[in-house]
Ligand binder design. Structure first.
Ligand SMILES: O=C(O)[C@H](O)[C@@H](O)[C@H](O)[C@H](O)COP(=O)(O)O
Length: 262
């Protein structure tokens, strides 16, 4: 299946998160018409979390059968579950707490697949193995992880996605779904991340980014930089890769790559 790459530009961060939320809700509903479950990979970061808050605020929120949606994370920070830095906690506060208590068709607690945390009494390496095992439990026979329908990724100013940072060994790991990350250039220093092949197994990869500090990373990713230099350049969905960006982040995107709404 050839992968298509698109760039959609929005006026500002609010318009971006509202539009991505709307598209996410409609795509999820559409997918649930033809498949039993939908697997979504969430991202940390301000734009990813802002998108979840926009889902929470959307009038279409309760039209999705959330009981058939599974949520995973592209990466997690190795901090306690109640630490404000935890990606999962941010997502729970922005959206999941609401979905878990909907009177009908609500999100199922067991379908929220958070990473292990230090209080589980295991180290970072064991935590990576445990999350890989959890992914395998939901995989088709012979596969390592579920078929992700939509994977959200934030992008750092250095071009990192999930916790795959430029010129670091983790960005090239291909023999497992989950890697431990130590000495991360972005705090906190210890993290867990999906690997590039796990991310790229997704049917759709949706990168969400806003702000002038992302312009150069985005420009380089689209200009064909290597994934080692700019990990965002290596993130590709099997069917489609969409960069949802605001005008500030789009400053270095060639006009020919910018598409109108589809
Ligand atoms: O744990 C994390 O920090 C994230 O998952 C990370 O990959 C994030 O998505 C980007 O750094 C973008 O973050 P912003 O949207 O806040 O710029």
């Amino acid at each position: 299946m050839p992968t298509e790459r698109r760039v959609l530009v929005y006026q500002d961060r609010d318009q971006l998160t509202t539009s991505v939320a709307k598209r996410f809700l409609s795509r999820t509903r559409e997918l649930l018409e033809s498949q039993e479950t939908v697997h979504v990979v969430l991202t940390g970061g301000t734009v990813g979390t802002g998108t979840l808050a926009a889902v929470a605020a959307s009038k279409d929120r309760d039209r999705v059968d959330w009981s058939r949606v599974h949520l995973w994370w592209g990466d997690e920070r190795w901090v306690a579950r109640d630490d404000a830095d935890r990606n999962e906690l941010q997502a729970r506060e922005a959206l999941l707490e609401i979905l878990l208590v909907l009177p009908e068709r609500g999100l199922v607690a067991e379908h929220v697949h958070g990473y292990p945390a230090p209080e589980d009494g295991i180290d970072l390496d064991a935590a990576a193995v445990r999350y890989a095992d959890e992914l395998r439990r939901f995989a088709r026979p012979g596969e390592d992880h579920p078929r992700f329908d939509i994977t959200f990724l934030g992008v750092g100013p250095d071009g990192h996605v999930a916790s795959l940072f430029p010129e670091r060994a983790e960005v090239s790991v291909t023999d497992t779904s989950v890697v431990p990350v130590r000495n991360s250039p972005k705090p906190p220093s210890e993290r867990l991340s999906l690997t590039r092949p796990a991310i790229n197994s997704s049917v759709r990869v949706w990168l969400v980014l806003a702000g002038a500090d992302k312009a150069s990373a985005l420009g380089l990713a689209l200009a064909g930089a290597s994934y080692n230099e700019v990990p965002a350049a290596g993130a590709k969905g099997r069917k489609r890769t969409v960069f949802f960006v605001d005008q500030d982040a789009a400053a270095e995107v060639p006009d020919s790559l910018i598409l109108p709404e589809y």
